[in-house]
Write a protein that binds this ligand. Structure first.
Ligand code: PEP
Length: 246
């Protein structure tokens, strides 16, 4: 039985005061029966590390550079994140693929850089509505995951995968549990072909997970928790989702 994982993706939200309040709300609701993490804006990683240091809640970033170090203005390296105690780095979020033109190879390189410094990459894959309607969902997510599997090689079993249909992110339109499970099963099969660790790996679902739909999604055989955007910004909602996972 895989232990579930729920990770909040705060995106570009918050300020020091609201973050402190949000984290206090999460900390006050412990213990959880699942693993819990928050991926915060880079500038708040240090504060978050202080707030969560003595808890079992983990923290991370929403992106990471594929580069080790050097003249890469604006980039943040995996080593820097690790130094601040990060456990996770989200890579390949659809907002970065769409707004920052990140392609499969760059996402794979970022996952490799993260893993190289002891961070667990949360690798996002997902199809657009157009691709789904054209029957391309499987091809798209397999292509996205394949690039990362190839880059990580024998370490592929160490990543967390997040299936996030683009049409469900921030739209209030959630994949049905059956739709999500079908894609998770495809991803699990792809992982099985690549690594003996596939059955212990976590595949998260992300896309308008809310307190009222989380339990049904998390009850699916291959859904091992969630990557939560909007609902991660309100402690009571996030906590309810974490409870649904445990
Ligand atoms: C996300 O950004 O990863 C996400 C899943 O967002 P939301 O929950 O708001 O759809």
């Amino acid at each position: 039985m895989r232990r579930k994982l729920v990770v909040g993706n705060w995106k570009m939200h918050g300020n020091r005061a609201s973050n402190a309040e949000l984290l206090a709300g999460i900390l006050g609701a412990r213990p959880f029966a699942c693993d819990v993490g928050v991926c915060v804006p880079f500038v708040y990683v240090a504060d978050t590390a202080v707030s969560l240091a003595t808890s079992e809640i983990r923290w991370g970033a929403q992106d990471v550079s594929a580069q080790e170090q050097g003249a890469f203005t604006g980039e943040v390296s995996a080593a820097m994140l690790r130094e601040l105690g990060c456990r996770y780095a989200i890579v390949g979020h659809s907002e970065r693929r769409a707004h920052h033109a990140e392609g499969d190879q760059l996402v794979a390189d970022k996952a490799k850089a993260a893993l190289g410094h002891g961070l667990t990459p949360i690798v996002c894959v997902g199809e657009t509505l157009e691709q789904r309607e054209a029957g391309q969902t499987e091809v798209v997510v397999k292509r996205q995951l394949s690039a990362v599997i190839h880059a990580l090689g024998h370490c592929a079993g160490e990543m967390v995968v997040a299936y996030e249909p683009v049409w469900a992110i921030g739209t209030g339109r959630t994949a049905t549990p059956e739709q999500a499970q079908a894609v998770h099963a495809v991803l699990r099969a792809q992982l099985r072909a690549a690594t003996s660790q596939a059955d212990t790996m976590k595949i998260l679902y992300g896309g308008s997970v809310k307190p009222d739909n989380a339990a049904r999604l998390f009850a699916q055989a291959d859904i091992d928790g969630g990557l939560i955007g909007g609902a991660a910004l309100k402690a009571s909602d996030f906590v309810t989702i974490c409870r649904a996972a445990g």
